[in-house]
Design a protein around this ligand. Structure first.
Ligand SMILES: [Zn+2]
Ligand SMILES: [Zn+2]
Ligand SMILES: [Zn+2]
Length: 292
């Protein structure tokens, strides 16, 4: 499980502020802070970067990548390689993320996102860095059908899903809507409300609870049956693959939410994919004991 805590304002600060690092690590990754001088507003990038560095699967797979389509001074791939080398070998306790910040700003200049000195969203930054890595190493395949084996973003992070409405009363179903999701966004308000509801109806926490909580918190509105039989239905989500890393983006409803502590209490360290969404038959999956 990767946690990217984004949204709203949030102060500066170096180091791991803004992310929750896994409780257990399967290997030891040197831990360093990232600088964020007044006016830089790089905390969103630093958060995303810390998540990537501390994910064993990402760190190891990324180390093995060598060739890429280089974009010179706006190359996010090169900037990431460089900061990862510093995480590994530098004797400094705090590193500057300026080179990556600048490559990111240049890359997204047209879209006016992630510009220098301007605060932005950590989860969206994380997601965009992953999509840029895809671009640098597997540009020949399209984002939505990328099957390149060396493409870490799609091989390790992408959730392939489809959404469909099936009526239990008349059997009618809507056209399945397939899509790829790199980050599962969830509203912190909805998370807390559902947690209260779930705890009312049971005596103690169960291992499947966090997955169930995620599912309940991301349940959409009721809609009419596709054949208008009068039944009210919810869209069902079916997961088609079993990604090694599931990223959850917490969406805060305001810049100064007072929910932070409650949210932390709702978070589980174990996620069974089958509790979050339906899983296509046959892929029940190794991710059942997803760690960290
Ligand atoms: Zn490059
Ligand atoms: Zn890809
Ligand atoms: Zn119906």
């Amino acid at each position: 499980l990767a946690w990217v805590c984004g949204g709203g304002g949030g102060g500066g600060g170096a180091g791991t502020q803004g992310i929750l690092t896994p409780r257990t690590m399967t290997s030891i990754a040197p831990s360093k802070g990232l600088s964020n001088e007044p006016g830089q507003n790089s905390c969103f990038l630093n958060s995303a970067l810390q998540v990537l560095w501390h994910l064993d699967i990402f760190r190891r797979s990324f180390r093995q990548l060598t060739t890429h389509k280089c974009m010179e001074d706006s190359c996010i791939f090169c900037a990431l390689k460089s900061i990862f080398a510093q995480f590994q070998y530098s004797s400094d306790k705090v590193l500057p993320s300026d080179a990556l910040r600048s490559a990111l700003a240049k890359t997204f200049q047209d879209k006016q996102r992630f510009q220098l000195g301007i605060m932005d969203d950590a989860a969206e930054c994380f997601e965009n860095i992953l999509m840029r890595i895809h671009f640098h190493i597997a540009d020949e395949t399209k984002e939505d059908i990328c099957t390149a084996r060396h493409c870490i973003p799609h091989q390790k992070f992408a959730m392939m899903l489809f959404e469909q409405c099936v009526c239990s009363s008349c059997g009618a179903s809507s056209d399945p809507l397939p899509f790829i999701q790199m980050v599962h966004y969830i509203s912190t308000t909805s998370l807390c409300n559902q947690a209260v509801k779930m705890l009312e109806s049971r005596e103690k926490a169960t291992p499947g609870m966090f997955g169930e909580l995620l599912r309940n918190a991301s349940m959409g509105d009721l809609r009419n049956c596709p054949s208008q039989c009068g039944q009210q239905l919810r869209m069902a989500r079916v997961l088609l693959n079993s990604p090694e890393i599931i990223t959850i983006g917490l969406v805060w409803d305001s810049d100064h939410s007072d929910l932070a502590e409650d949210v932390i209490h709702t978070l589980g360290t174990c996620l069974r994919l089958g509790d979050v969404s339906r899983i296509r038959h046959g892929i029940k999956a190794r991710s059942e004991q997803s760690e960290g």
